[in-house]
Design a protein around this ligand. Structure first.
Ligand code: AGP
Length: 608
């Protein structure tokens, strides 16, 4: 996600633009910039880092213009550098554009535009769009934008200005939100109302396929075919904080409910159903080395370590490559044995976790091929890995990791299929898994409907200070993740275990009413999990179960059952984790905890 703001009025707009993108910084914050039409020319200022870095360089060149555009970036293509920051100018310097979304066919368009003599100065897909507009521009900016957007595949929310049309802003939407704030002799286009409410509460919301042409005193909404669209002026009734939270009480809840969309973004362009293959462009430069991989070591911390443990099962199950998961903090000091053919995979949402970064460097020093599975584009781990796969799940603001976890699982599934198809994984098996994977966003949406039921159950357990989470096979890492989610935001003590391990000591903990969460989905070890459940119930424990829908037996073994759709076992973690996230969230809220900023924790542990 990125944040866009555009202003056309009669006041100097550089501060309006800066304050506007500051309101959108939660959408992305790795670089920022603005372009203003001043003295008949386009003036551009951009900076890597937070918006404060941009403010430090603002000068007179953009201080008087009354029409401009601004952007705060969440990098998807190209590291967060000044040259990759938006706005992007075309190679003539007459047209500027800001973009939120992904141009999927940017590479082909870029190659063709270069063959037509267009020059580029960034690695971004967005610069391709502004140069395409420039190539098609014959004096009518609206027409050039319309023609260019018809060539584009992917998603966009854009705002475009040109020094040839000093009073006009052209904006368009497809897949990324845009609305137009309607003021007195001023108009503001933005990604969401947070950047508008302090200027006006009257707005027009664009739909996909619509454009708007604004000047200080007027605006008109049209389609790409220049057909006028009558839009209703609406009132913005949310508070600023509500807008950033998009109506949710906490970023964590918002990010739990974002998972159908974030998973779609992670999977976008990476599944070739017909060929039964995963497409991981970020591994292209190391694919031959990967073909020779003899052993995989996954290094990570916390939730990322839990996704790595699922990854171990996936890689051994689907690619038949010996795999192990190591805590990065242990791996880095163990003088690990790294033989030729060893691939080390660092998993990290932030890409800045100190232990994981140090472990990655240790692995490289020992001669391993080092891959990164990271969310933050251009982060240190992403830059130091030999190759990698970005999560593309958007900024994760809540300290407790949720949507990054499901995106990590998706990437690890794609990686296991990618490697497996070069080994013993046949076309039909891979195709069935990939088909199911494409259905997972809709299935997650289905499981999110459990939230109210889970909230009620959580209400009945708010006074419990000790929990157990138990699972077998693919569900064992999910038991660990469920325990971590609960303890890190509700401060109740929770422990995750392989279900069979309980009888080797932890069962001594079970006393009357102790909440024990069993992940009892259908699979090869279901009967054994039922036996473990009975061992807990025989000692008075309170059993909560995550089970597969249509399981008619589980109800007699548990006080509460959270059911999920029946999916292939390797994909079930993507669904099992949802009720566990919701259980942790509702317990934390019920216990009055600071859900988004739990005590003692930080979003990224950049110290040892
Ligand atoms: C997870 O909810 C925690 N916030 C924490 O365990 C986190 O997963 C861990 O610090 C790793 O962070 P990273 O993915 O950014 O490397």
């Amino acid at each position: 996600m990125c944040g866009i703001v555009a202003y056309a009025g009669h006041k100097p707009c550089h501060r309006i633009l800066i304050e506007g993108i500051k309101r959108l910084e939660y959408r992305g914050y790795d670089s920022a910039g603005l372009a203003v039409i001043q003295d008949g020319k386009l003036a551009l200022q951009r900076a890597a880092g937070r918006i404060a870095s941009l403010e430090e360089i603002l000068d007179e060149t953009t201080a008087h213009g009354t029409v401009g555009i601004a952007h705060t970036r969440w990098a998807t293509h190209g590291a967060p550098t000044t040259s990759n920051a938006h706005p992007h100018l075309d190679d003539s310097g007459r047209i500027a554009l800001v973009h939120n979304g992904i141009i999927e066919n940017y590479a082909a368009l870029k190659t063709w535009l270069q063959s037509q003599g267009k020059h580029f100065s960034s690695q971004t897909d967005s610069e391709v769009l502004v140069n395409l507009i420039s190539f098609l521009y014959r004096g009518n900016l609206v027409d050039a934008v319309q023609k260019a957007l018809k060539e584009v595949e992917g998603t966009y929310g854009i705002a475009v200005i040109s020094s040839d049309h000093p009073e006009t802003i052209v904006a368009a939407r497809k897949g990324s939100p845009l609305l137009v704030g309607v003021g007195e002799n001023e108009h503001i286009v933005a990604s969401d109302a947070a950047a508008i409410v302090e200027h006006t509460t009257r707005a027009v919301y664009l739909e996909d396929g619509e454009m708007v042409v604004i000047t200080p005193d007027a605006f008109r909404t049209i389609t790409l075919d220049n057909i006028t669209v009558d839009k209703e002026l609406e009132n913005i009734e949310f508070s600023l904080q509500q807008i950033e939270l998009d109506g949710y009480d906490h970023f964590m809840l918002k990010e739990i409910f974002e998972q159908p969309t974030s998973l779609e973004n992670t999977l976008r362009g990476r599944i070739d159903l017909q060929a039964g293959r995963a497409i991981l462009g970020g591994l292209e430069n190391v694919k031959d080395q990967l073909a020779q991989a003899k052993r995989i070591i996954i290094i990570a911390c916390g939730t990322a370590w839990h996704s790595g443990l699922v990854g171990e099962f996936l890689l051994e199950h689907l690619a038949r490559i010996p795999t192990e998961v190591e805590y990065a903090s242990e791996f880095r000091y163990r003088n690990p044995i790294i033989e030729p053919g060893t691939v080390v995979i660092a998993i990290s949402q932030s890409g800045e976790t100190a232990d994981t970064l140090a472990a990655l460097r240790e692995a490289k020093e020992h001669g391993a091929l080092a891959l990164g599975i990271v969310n933050v584009v251009g982060s240190t781990i992403a830059r130091e890995a030999d190759a990698g796969v970005y999560l593309h799940c958007g900024p994760e603001i809540g300290v407790a990791s949720t949507k990054a976890f499901t995106s990590q699982l998706a990437v690890l599934t794609l990686l296991a299929i990618y490697l497996g198809r070069r080994r013993s994984l046949d076309h039909d098996q891979a195709q069935r898994l990939l088909q199911s994977l494409t259905e997972m966003p809709a299935r997650i949406k289905n499981v999110l409907c459990l939230s109210d039921q889970i909230q009620k159950v959580a209400q009945s357990c708010l006074d419990r200070e000790h929990w157990l989470f138990l699972g077998r096979g693919y569900n064992y890492p999910l038991a660990l993740e469920g325990a971590l989610k609960l303890k890190e935001i509700s401060y109740a003590h929770a422990e995750g275990l392989p279900a069979a391990e309980m009888k080797h000591g932890p069962i001594a903990l079970i006393n009357k009413g102790m909440p024990t969460v069993f992940i009892a989905t259908s699979g090869s070890q279901y009967e054994k999990v039922i036996s473990n459940i009975e061992e807990v119930r025989a000692r008075g424990g309170m059993v909560l179960a995550v089970a597969t829908e249509n399981d008619t037996r589980i109800q007699t073994h548990a006080e509460a059952v959270f059911t999920i759709p029946d999916v292939p076992e390797p994909l079930s973690p993507l669904l099992v984790v949802i009720p566990l996230q919701l259980l942790a969230y509702h317990c934390a809220v019920g216990r009055g905890c600071a859900v988004d900023k739990p005590r003692n924790l930080a979003k990224s542990v950049t110290v040892e």
